[in-house]
Ligand binder design. Structure first.
Ligand SMILES: NC(=O)c1ccc[n+]([C@@H]2O[C@H](COP(=O)([O-])OP(=O)(O)OC[C@H]3O[C@@H](n4cnc5c(N)ncnc54)[C@H](O)[C@@H]3O)[C@@H](O)[C@H]2O)c1
Length: 357
């Protein structure tokens, strides 16, 4: 197998994750790492160079691909420097702080003729892929709603995540993943309108809660909700919650957790809607939310998926040598960024924003 020789720019949380992932992975060799804070390089693994500067890394002829893993506000300049040095680039999400930055980056990348993609490895999350498999199979009939939610119970963000100028806030942090997943699931459908509530519940500068409603032209309403400040008294049992629910006219699918636990639920037959007929329940007559008649609820297992984050780099390797397409294409990430701008606009004005007509 041919080897892709990698340089990593930024050795914080995610830089360490990439180092661990690629250190022993077939087809990859980490040549060296740079960071503007020399302390961050103290625990670089044996056999990997530590550069005095990013410039030294970009100038190293041994490096084929640069992984940009610095703070969000650094992506623009670092991608441009890497491209001008003739390196192929994988950049962390969010691709850029805004569309103007991204267009600037793409122009230089194209001029330099280097490969460029983004690390949206959450397209491989088992919870998401399970729900995508349900959607793709079409067994729920006409799907009318998909809700994706993530709630954190810690309540605090730290370091650069609390500053707008450094690309902080949860829209940039997790929103970009959750929006990317929803758009990728609804592949081929246009988002006709966006309505969003984005709040700074306990943070001064940056958002820590959002609810986003996306109207797709395939009849689906996508809902994305995230909050970092939903408190719980069961912190020993859980410090976050991840949920999905998908409703179609032939069933419902629900899933909880990043390691998916859930079911597809159907009814064997619907009660007939007969004018003038009341349905009796233990609590009295109901004309709406009665419990189902006994034996009518049927459950099925969710589809089994086996995807994992490592698959991102397996795909990258194959795509790098022309065997398949890159999992993440730049126009897709541009659409996510454009949608995030519409989300902020809707939250600011209180109006729905027309998106793709
Ligand atoms: N894909 C994912 O799931 C995922 C998860 C976490 C973070 N990220 C992304 O990774 C990036 C880094 O996040 P993090 O959590 O590792 O942050 P971090 O603060 O832990 O690490 C960032 C590192 O980059 C260094 N740095 C800053 N500017 C630099 C520059 N100009 N040149 C070289 N080094 C520089 C910092 O000194 C720090 O060591 C962000 O873009 C973030 O959105 C992605």
């Amino acid at each position: 197998m041919e080897t892709i020789r990698v340089g990593i720019v930024g050795h914080g949380f995610m830089g360490h994750e990439h180092e661990t992932m690629l250190y022993n992975m077939d087809g990859y060799q980490i040549i060296g790492i740079s960071d503007i804070d020399p302390k961050q390089l103290e625990d670089v693994k044996p056999g990997i160079k530590r550069y005095q500067s990013n410039e030294e890394l970009f100038a190293d002829p041994e490096i084929d691909v640069v992984l940009i893993v610095a703070n969000n506000n650094q992506h623009h300049d670092l991608v441009i420097q890497a491209a001008r040095a003739g390196k192929d680039i994988i950049c962390e999400k969010p691709i850029a702080m805004n569309l103007a930055e991204l267009d600037d980056m793409v122009k230089v990348v194209e001029e330099c003729g280097v490969k460029f993609t983004i690390h949206h490895q959450r397209r491989l999350d088992p919870d998401f892929r399970t729900m995508k498999a349900v959607y793709d199979e079409g067994s729920l009939g006409d799907v009318y709603t998909v809700k994706s939610s993530l709630y954190g119970f810690n309540g605090n963000m730290h370091d650069w995540h609390v500053y707008i100028s450094e690309g902080g806030g949860m829209l940039f942090d997790w929103g970009v993943h959750l929006i990317d997943q929803m758009l990728w699931m609804m592949k081929g459908a246009k988002v006709t309108s966006v309505f969003a509530d984005v709040r700074n519940v306990i943070n001064f500068e940056v958002d820590d809660y959002f609810k986003i409603l996306l109207r797709f032209d395939n009849g689906v309403t996508g809902e994305i909700e995230l909050g970092t400040y939903f408190l719980t008294d069961k912190i020993q049992e859980k410090w976050f919650e991840r949920h999905w629910i998908m409703g179609g006219n032939k069933g419902t699918a629900y899933l909880d957790g990043f390691d998916p636990v859930g079911k597809i639920v159907r009814t064997s037959h619907l009660l007939k809607n007969v004018r003038g007929t009341r349905t009796m329940t233990a609590a009295g007559p109901t004309r709406s939310f009665g419990p189902p008649a006994e034996g009518t609820i049927l459950t099925e297992e969710l589809p089994k998926v086996t995807t994992k984050h490592e698959d991102y780099f397996i795909n990258y390797h194959k795509a790098y040598f022309g065997e398949e397409e890159f999992l993440v294409k730049i126009p897709e990430t541009r659409r996510v960024l454009a949608l995030m701008e519409a989300v902020r606009e809707s939250a600011k004005t209180g109006n729905s924003i027309r998106f793709e007509s």
